[in-house]
Design a protein around this ligand. Sequence first.
Ligand SMILES: Nc1ncnc2c1ncn2[C@@H]1O[C@H](COP(=O)(O)OP(=O)(O)OP(=O)(O)O)[C@@H](O)[C@H]1O
Ligand SMILES: [Mg+2]
Length: 481
Amino acid sequence: MTILYNLFFVLFSLLVTCILMFLLRVVLIKTGLIYIVKKKWRSIEDCFHVYQFFKVPEFNEGMQRNQLYHKVLVYLNSLTFIEDSDFTNLFSGKKPNEIVLHLDPNQIIEDDFLGAKISWINQDKTLVLKIRKADKRRVLRPYLQHIHSVSDEFDEKKRGLKLYVNVVDRQVDRKERWRSVPFTHPSSFETIAMESDLKNKVKSDLYSFAKAKQYYHRLGRVWKRSYLLYGPSGTGKSSFIAAMANFLSYDVYDLDLSKVSDNLDLKFLLLQTTTKSLVVIEDLDRYLSEKSTAVSLPGILSFMDGILSSSCGEERIMVFTMNSKDHVDPAILRPGRIDVHIHFPLCNFTAFKTLANSYLGLKDHKLFPQVEEIFQNGASLSPAEIGELMIANRNSPSRALKTVINALQTDGDGRGALNLGRGSCENGSRKPVEEIGEPSGVFCKEGANAVKEFKKLYGFLRVKSCRKSQSFDLNSRQNEG
Ligand SMILES: Nc1ncnc2c1ncn2[C@@H]1O[C@H](COP(=O)(O)OP(=O)(O)OP(=O)(O)O)[C@@H](O)[C@H]1O
Ligand SMILES: [Mg+2]
């Protein structure tokens, strides 16, 4: 009986202890007392360890800036647990709505690295690293390397991507062949209407390229990859390039061949591009079809071979766009020069659904079967044309769909305003939409009404005739080089 009583008593006390511990934990956490306990515990722990201190001053004896100081500062300001410290300064950043955190003088920041506790103290123009002597040998070096890479990455992100364009008048300053502006194109692979299988293939191709430095070096090849995006106007080639740049966080060098004075100029332009960039030549087929060009075919071939890029660093992606590769010299297209061919077809029903979802927020609609039927009968517009019609009618999805159906049907029988565009496309013009109604060529003959009608329908008329004059490989395909 006594044994049973004792056992019951022990179990009961255990239960009471557990409940009390649980309640204590809840009280400590809820009231924030846990932080005081942790702090006290840490100062007791401190008494049993020997510490070593490393100073990182902002300037050296010659009053030159210490780069490490900047890196540590960036690293510490980027740490999320700076938000958990007792006090932090908040400043507005350079970009709109950006808030940045700043250390206070004498503020202590605690960090964890490979299981070691490290503290930083922000003293007057010096950051002091405090580390246990026992951890120093194992942790210090990798920790400093870690700071380097985190701060570089943070700086890179803050810098933002850039779009470079080549300038004609380089006589002014021979060193500056490129001018840059911030690259803010919002396109992403998610917003491009394209077969998801193909999209994933491109994404993984880009990803594995970016990670393949050793592989390319082992093969003795220049670390570059070239893509050809081909298809009718308004099918998303330029948007796709922007999506590639955003995906990789690469700068874009948009090379306008009409501004290049000769082959040598082209070489220098390439030499002045930086690593981790997309070098883009749009409408290469059109340039090659011109009778007299400043850059010759061999000049373009050597540019494509990327011979020079090996002498000025690597990790470049080249992207060429064409409306059609039918009449292009096969030397341009051979594997190695172009590694991946991506076809951009006119809109089909699947792409239409992606557009309807992103432009009108429609996942389904009673008019979809009708749209599908029209697509099955062969009528098609480019995604740009459909996108424009959807944007113009975005307040009424039903009206937007009816307008698209109407335009697809008009496309089917080739009647109406669609014929107006033929002239502009046959000329191979790349005029932006606003310029299409210029009083020139075919359009002025059609009179003011036609021009007005044409403007209303944006640029899609010229595309129509383009399509009729070309043959397209309707299967998206990818050639590995
Ligand atoms: N596949 C697509 N998915 C989503 N939007 C698209 C697609 N194709 C075109 N668009 C939209 O249409 C507009 C024009 O597209 P873009 O400039 O990328 O076409 P392009 O193929 O480069 O045409 P061009 O050959 O005339 O230069 C963009 O605003 C883009 O958002
Ligand atoms: Mg384009």
